[in-house]
Design a binder for this molecule. Sequence first.
Ligand code: SF4
Length: 413
Amino acid sequence: MAKLDRLQKLTILADAAKYDASCASSGSIKRNSKSSGGIGSTTGMGICHSYAPDGQCISLLKILLTNVCMFDCHYCINRSSSDVRRAAFTVDEVVDLTMDFYKRNYIEGLFLSSGIIRSPDYTMEMLVQVAKKLRIEHKFGGYIHLKTIPEADPALLADAGLYADRLSINIELPSDAAIAEFAPEKSGPLIRKTMADLSGRITEAKVERRKSRKAPLFAPGGHSTQMIVGADASDDAAILQTSAKLYTGVGLKRVYYSAFSPIPDASKRLPLAAPPLMREHRLYQADWMLRFYGFSVGEIIANAQGGLLDLDVDPKMAWALMNRQSFPVDLNRAPREMLLRVPGLGTKGVGAVVRARRFGRLRLADVERLCRSTRKMRPWIIAEDWHPGARLDSDMLRAQMARPAKQMDLFAA
Ligand code: SF4
C-alpha cells in the first residue's frame, strides 16, 4: 500500500463507504451553519445525513477504517480480487478525524465500517478501539454506529455494544444459497446467530437499565442490517420474507435496502445493469407496511407479478386495489387497524384522525387539514360530507392512482 496522507485516505475511505445504505446519503452535503446554530460549514467529504433512533436527522462522518479486505464478496468493490486503490486509517487517525470534525461542528457522530484486514478479530478489535477511545479518552458524546463482523469473537461484539449507539451486520443477500454463491467466506446461519446474540444482549441491557440507571448501556439504538437489491436473482417476495423473519426472529430494528449499482471491475456473476431505483423505493414502502401498518408479507406480495412489487403504484395502494371490498373506510367509525390500511393515510394521519374524531364528526375539509392532502385517499374513505360512490368501482382507478397527483382529477371533491 502506497504511503498516503490523511486527506488522501479520507478521499478513498469515504468514497468506499458510500455503498453502505445505512445512511440516507453520502458524499458532499453542506451543512447550513446558520440554521443549525453551529459554526462553519464543511466541504462534506465523508459526511452523510442519517436518522438517529429517536428520528432526529443527524450528520455523520461515514468512513471505512480500511478498504483492504481478505474476503471476496462478488458484489463488493472492496473485495480482495478488486483492483481498487487501497488505504487504511490507524485507530488514532479515525479518532482524531472524528474529534476534529465534531469540534468544528461538522458532524454529530461517526458511522464506521471496515474491510476485513488480517482477521475478523483483528479488525473488530480496531473498530472497538476507535469507539472506546472516543468515549473514554475524549468523552465523545456524539452518535456512534459501528458495523460489526459476525466472524469475530462474540466478546469483541459485546465490547462494541458498550460504546456504540447502534450496531449493524450486513446480511446483504436474502437467502443462504445466495450468500454462499456471492459471499463464499460468509455464512447465513452465522450472521443470523450473531444478530440473535446481539438482540439478546440489547434486551438484557434494557432490562438491567430499568432496574438501575447505573447499569451500562448496550447499543441503545438497536441493531440493523442491509440487503442489496438486484445483485442476485432474489425477487421482492424473497427479500421481504427475509426482512420479516429478521424483524421477528432476531429483533432487528431496521432493514435497509440498497439497489445494486454496477461496480467497476465487476465479477462476471453480477448483472450488468442496476435494477430500477423505484424497486428499492417500493421495498422501503413495503417494509414500512410490515413494521407500522400491520400487513403480513403474504398480503403485500399477493399480487406481485413474478414476485416483484408493482412499480406503478405503491404497495399499500396495490393492496387496496386488490381488496376493494374492504373499502370505503368510514374515518369517523373505523378501528385504527383499518385506518392504517387506507392509501394515503400514514401513521401520523391516523393518530390525528383518531384524536380529532373524539370531538366531532370529521368532514373532508377536516381530514384535509389534519393530513395535508386527501387526494390519494378520497376513493377509499367516507367522511361526514364525503362518499366516493362509484369511483371505487371505476376501471380507471388503478390508472388514476398511478398518475402524478395533478392528473388525479377523477377524485376532485
Ligand atoms: S467482507 Fe465486507 S468489505 Fe470485504 S468483500 Fe465482503 S462486503 Fe466487501
